[in-house]
Ligand binder design. Sequence first.
Ligand SMILES: [Zn+2]
Ligand SMILES: [Zn+2]
Length: 283
Amino acid sequence: MRFTGKKQKKMIEQIRAAALNFLFPPKCILCSAFINTGQNRADIFRKPIPDSKNLAEVFTKLIQSYVCKNCISELKSVRHPICPVCGEMFQSRADEDHLCKRCIKTDRNFTKARAGGVYAGILKSLIHQLKYGKKITSAKPLSVFLFYSYLKFFKEKDFDYITPLPLHIKKAKKRGFNQSYFLVKYWGKTAKNFKIKIPEIRLNIIEKQKNTPPQAGLSADKREKNIKNSFAVKDAHKVYGKNFLIIDDVVTTGATINECAKVLKKAGAKRIDALSLARSIIL
Ligand SMILES: [Zn+2]
Ligand SMILES: [Zn+2]
């Protein structure tokens, strides 16, 4: 009986969504153009997308009921060759993957950093809207997109904890939220829908002690100095011998995740990797 009730509820939900779509066709959250996909936003998060290793296709499917075709066409994918450690994309497409000059020069405290896409076009606009425009409509499709990126680049059992990069308390209060937390917010539910087991998501293992000025606009050297010694491990007994995946919105030189990984390493973490929604192209 209960099962029938659930089925009926779902049907009513679908009819309601279709009627709302008809009466108030959704608009592109970036340019306000009308979108006519006929797709119910909720449906796409219920079942895994086939051929999910093609992240550009996954992104399009997840975002097409939020963003118009025109805006989606600006998506830029990460293309090889890349640095196998920090994930930096090289301008020349001719070579094979190789270490970038920063990973040769600097001690990296993380093993591997990967990103869902390039920090440009639509991904840049959506991250800006989420971070500075406080429009959180795209948080769900972006979070689920990052979940697919996680499945593509990392094995499910690679980690003990997934931890979003913390913000300084003052910055978090001013913004009202931590965007990295939003990026993992829907992982639990999606994993359940997809029948996949994921590591525990932990929010309070690391804290940002120093309220540093934004990294954006700083040169690589200044970025490193700016972020130096600004993180601390809060929950040290949870760290020893464990593997971590750090989540960030954008990775540029890798200075921030490297600092964060440094404190985890010092506290005895075994291996640290990082995943971001987007990767900046360093010119
Ligand atoms: Zn648009
Ligand atoms: Zn590198």
